[in-house]
Design a protein around this ligand. Structure first.
Ligand SMILES: Nc1ncnc2c1ncn2[C@@H]1O[C@H](COP(=O)(O)OP(=O)(O)OP(=O)(O)O)[C@@H](O)[C@H]1O
Length: 238
């Protein structure tokens, strides 16, 4: 098992956001995490990427505890909603800095190849990132999450701010990534995106993973939304 989450609990002050949450993800699998606004999806991702600690529970990557060893946390790449970059540095320099934080030193050609894969042109990659459009920043955000070649990629609403062509490039990039024996967990409110990309969808509701569904190729958007609505036990998708 690539990722296993067992009996996870997290409170902010007296407010419980996650209670007895269980989740797993295999190698070569893409899992979509759905849930209404404010249900705790980002909190879960922040725990999985080691940004915040749970109050209790286990998270393992290939059977090894995530919280005990820094080396295990390096197996995870995070692509948050808004990536953080140093505005005065260019894309190469920002990626070198991120790589350095993970203790890896990619070759110049590896960085160039990754920038090409995410669709950042060499002339743009040499400009300070403070001059980038939101779509260009999201391209660099993708590259930052992948620069250290993690085994598990965790993405929060990855296709915000992207045009359809770039979205399609990224979906192919993610499929190539997962075909190398790796795994992906991503949040999305977009049923079309989930149907195109995910092998399985899980729904967070009532502070835990309430339901899951293996996605058949023939499943349609309305069927996914109906399933989601019954999973969260409300009348309409929000
Ligand atoms: N650091 C924090 N301190 C206090 N409360 C927090 C903190 N982080 C998150 N919360 C609260 O936890 C709840 C879950 O927030 P979270 O951002 O995880 O939801 P989400 O499912 O990602 O929402 P969305 O779909 O709107 O992005 C919210 O009520 C939020 O206000």
């Amino acid at each position: 098992m690539l990722l296993e989450v067992k009996e996870l609990y997290k409170k902010f002050g007296s407010k419980a956001v996650i209670e007895n949450l269980n989740l797993h993800l295999h190698s070569n699998e893409i899992v979509a995490l759905m849930g209404q606004n404010g249900v705790g999806k980002t909190t879960l991702l922040n725990i999985l990427t080691g940004l915040i600690y749970p109050d209790s529970g286990d998270v393992t990557i290939e059977g090894k505890n995530l919280f005990n060893q820094v080396e295990i946390r390096k197996q995870i790449g995070y692509i948050p909603v808004d990536g953080f970059f140093y505005d005065h540095l260019n894309a190469y320099e920002n990626l070198e800095m991120v790589a350095c934080l993970y203790g890896v030193k990619p070759k110049k050609t590896d960085i160039e190849q990754l920038l090409e894969q995410v669709g950042l042109y060499p002339e743009d990659a040499k400009r300070p990132t403070g001059t980038y459009s939101s779509g260009m920043k999201q391209k660099l955000n993708f590259a930052s999450g992948m620069i250290h070649q993690p085994k598990l990629l965790v993405l929060d609403e990855p296709f915000n701010a992207l045009d359809p062509q770039t979205t399609s490039i990224f979906k192919n990039l993610l499929k190539d990534f997962v075909n190398k024996g790796k795994g992906i967990l991503f949040t999305s409110h977009l049923p079309e995106t989930i149907l195109q990309l995910a092998d399985r969808v899980v729904v967070m509701s009532n502070k835990k993973i309430e339901s899951e569904l293996t996605l058949e190729k023939s499943l349609r958007v309305e069927q996914l939304l109906n399933w989601f609505n019954s999973a969260i036990n409300i009348g309409g998708y929000q």
